[in-house]
Design a protein around this ligand. Structure first.
Ligand code: ZN
Length: 301
């Protein structure tokens, strides 16, 4: 999940009315951009345009005195970057340097500013550098204040910011951007682990042992049907007894201890039936006789 998702939720909670109530100056307006609705102050004269962005968590209001002074010589455009102040980001905004730089260019396009002085400070200087690098004809002058090298910024970041904030944990540990909502999990390059829900585990029904039963009661039909094995019963018969739940598929009656059971080939061998478990069933001897007679009649017909 992108961090902007949280900001989008917060923005939705705050509401557009709060954004609009922040337009205290007649120079302020809201601009709809790809990155979201941005709050922009534009002194709007014919003087050379100058773009500044507040250094978060500062907002446009903190630059009022500076803007008043600069407006003597420039058309000053100052706007809250997406996710700061009263500029709420779109859910697709990823806060990358390139996307933010393109937002700066988009603001210039919307205000019909062909080129401008970019005077950005601190980490915002990387956005201005990106604009100058990719749209050099849009930048007449570049003024950077307190913008270190990217490597120095990373070192400062690692030292100052608590480690837990370095990693997008929500993106990492919840599968929201996999279309699974707030499901706890872990993604790697090739695998996806999920914390299992209760419903993911199928219910396995167990049959209670009948009240007076004992493993030593020698009821081989009962115990073979239950367990699929019994010491005095061949594994084949025991397995079939378990599969058939102790009943004869021909007459549908349960086998009893005294019954004589026989293994039958469902499709007779003479008709090409195989001698494997899928083609075997356990029948009463008399049921087997009836079935074999029927098989013979069918063969003769
Ligand atoms: Zn039977």
């Amino acid at each position: 999940m992108q961090g902007s998702y949280i900001d989008s939720v917060i923005a939705a909670t705050r509401g557009r009315s709060r954004q609009e109530s922040s337009l205290k100056s007649e120079c302020m307006k809201l601009l709809q951009t790809q990155a979201g609705i941005l709050r922009v102050l534009d002194t709007g004269s014919r003087k050379p345009p100058l773009l500044i962005v507040p250094d978060g968590p500062c907002v446009i209001e903190h630059y009022a005195d500076l803007i008043e002074l600069l407006a003597l010589d420039f058309r000053v455009v100052c706007f809250d970057l997406p996710g700061f102040g009263f500029s709420y980001p779109a859910s697709s905004f990823d806060f990358s340097v390139s996307q933010t730089a393109e937002t700066v260019v988009e603001v210039m396009d919307l205000l019909e500013i062909p080129f401008a002085v970019l005077a950005f400070t601190c980490a915002n200087g990387f956005f201005a550098l990106h604009v100058a690098q990719h749209h050099p004809h849009r930048v007449s002058h570049l003024v950077l204040g307190q913008t270190p090298s990217f490597q120095s910024m990373r070192q400062w970041n690692d030292r100052i910011i608590p480690k837990i904030l370095h990693v997008p944990y929500i993106h990492k540990y919840w599968l929201i951007d996999c279309g699974e909502g707030w499901r706890f999990g872990l993604k790697t390059a090739n695998l996806r682990y999920r914390l299992a829900n209760h419903k993911d585990t199928a219910i396995q029904r167990h049959t209670k042992v009948q009240g007076q039963r004992s493993p030593y009661d020698a009821d081989w039909v009962y115990w073979s049907s239950r367990m699929g094995r019994y010491s005095q019963v061949s594994p084949r018969v025991a397995r079939l007894l378990k599969r058939q739940k102790g009943s004869c598929p021909f007459c549908q009656l349960y086998f009893r201890d005294a019954d004589v059971l026989e293994i039958d080939h469902i499709i007779p061998r003479i008709q090409g039936g195989k001698d494997d478990y899928n083609n075997l069933q356990l029948l009463h001897r008399h049921c087997h006789d009836v079935k074999s007679a029927r098989d013979g009649r069918l063969r003769c017909a």
